[in-house]
Design a protein around this ligand. Structure first.
Ligand SMILES: Nc1ncnc2c1ncn2[C@@H]1O[C@H](COP(=O)(O)OP(=O)(O)OP(=O)(O)O)[C@@H](O)[C@H]1O
Ligand SMILES: [Mg+2]
Length: 243
């Protein structure tokens, strides 16, 4: 059997006395597009930080491509966009993209970079401007452009649509559809359940430290006899059902 891209086994995480993740088991097979939903403070970002070894865990273990998450090698095949993306303000757009590509051992190709900027409706003039002059949405697009240009097998995107206008959201979805068709793997968090339904083939609802739903977005709707995913989500966290 092929190794899953991500495996969490009985993972627990507390901040002081506050348990955020309790006995989390998770397996993400290659090619899955997984949407992680949950109310503010549910622990979505914490789960990602645990995955990427940005914080310690209190119980269990996490592997990425079969490698313990604490080994830098585990992150070699992934690209990550944090929920609060803040590139070094003094770099130009080009310098930022160049440094990200260097970190992922890829050559800088001006044509590819300009094509990606165009795909995200980001003005190529921004390549010569310091990122401190970018608007919020432009900054987010820069982070997405760098991620996509790194061409990894696995993308971890924490609320990637933050600050994007409707046109850019549609363009990001087009890129994600292409990555899905190419068999890449995605872990995405979003408060837009419509986006999760459109982008992902599988979703998880994290609530009070555990997954209260795991399955296809349509299955969550059906389980609760709800017409919208939002309605089903509310019913799910009010009367938790297990995955
Ligand atoms: N460094 C930290 N120190 C203490 N508590 C923290 C820390 N980081 C997160 N928490 C707490 O852990 C819980 C989960 O936070 P987290 O950021 O993972 O939630 P989230 O699901 O990503 O929320 P949002 O939808 O608002 O992004 C919250 O109660 C938060 O206050
Ligand atoms: Mg978060």
């Amino acid at each position: 059997m092929t190794e899953p891209v991500v495996r969490f086994s009985r993972v627990g995480k507390k901040f002081g006395p506050l348990p955020v993740l309790s006995g989390i088991d998770l397996s993400i097979p290659a090619g899955r597009f997984l949407g992680l939903a949950g109310v503010n403070g549910a622990g979505k970002t914490t789960l990602i930080k645990c995955l990427l070894d940005f914080c310690d865990i209190d119980a269990g273990e996490i592997q990425v491509n079969g490698i313990d998450r604490r080994r830098p090698h585990a992150r070699e095949r992934l690209a990550f966009l944090p929920e609060r993306f803040m590139p070094p303000y003094f770099l130009t757009g080009r310098e930022f993209v160049r440094s990200m590509l260097r970190l992922s051992r890829r050559a800088y190709d001006e044509d590819l970079v300009r094509a990606m900027f165009a795909d995200l409706d980001l003005d190529a003039a921004g390549l010569d401007k310091p990122v401190r002059s970018y608007s919020k949405g432009m900054t987010q697009k820069l982070g997405l452009a760098a991620c996509f240009l790194c061409e990894r097998d696995f993308y971890v995107l924490d609320e990637p649509m933050t600050g994007l206008d409707p046109k850019a959201r549609a363009q990001v979805k087009t890129i994600l559809r292409r990555l899905h068709a190419e068999g890449r793997t995605l872990l995405l968090t979003s408060h837009s359940l419509a986006d999760i339904e459109e982008i992902c083939d599988h979703m998880l609802v994290l609530h009070r430290g555990v997954f209260v739903f795991s399955g296809a977005p349509a299955a969550l709707r059906e389980r609760h006899g709800a017409t919208s995913l939002e309605d089903a989500f509310l019913k799910c966290i009010e009367t938790p059902c297990d995955g």
